[in-house]
Design a binder for this molecule. Structure first.
Ligand SMILES: [Zn+2]
Length: 110
């Protein structure tokens, strides 16, 4: 399998609806989560928020976490390196065969 994972890939944020990365930051919610607005004119997404859990759902991050953990990296180190929650790493290791069901970005109602 060809590995094209780059260190910056997992930080790229895309719209959950149209996949565009043409996004604008529009502040944070009460939980301190960054809120984004999609700039695509006809996109149904108004604003949305990304959490650590959403980022961890991305396949590249998941693969990286599993690879690091199975190579002897500690769960805490793996979580810190990938900027995801420690419990998310644990869950990924437990449920590594499960798809990303349940991990969804929070869609803010306008
Ligand atoms: Zn969009």
């Amino acid at each position: 399998m060809k590995h094209t994972f780059a260190m910056t890939n997992y930080q790229e944020i895309t719209c959950p609806k149209c996949g565009s990365n043409n996004l604008m930051k529009v502040g944070r919610n009460a939980h301190g989560e960054q809120r984004y607005r999609c700039q695509t004119p006809n996109c149904p997404t108004k604003t949305f928020m990304l959490t650590y859990r959403y980022r961890a759902c991305e396949l590249a991050v998941k693969e990286q976490a599993l690879a690091m953990a199975s190579n002897g990296g500690g769960i805490r180190d793996t979580a810190r390196a990938l900027k995801i929650d420690k419990n998310t790493v644990i869950n990924m290791l437990k449920k590594s065969r499960r798809p990303c069901g349940g991990y969804q970005p929070s869609l803010a109602t306008p």
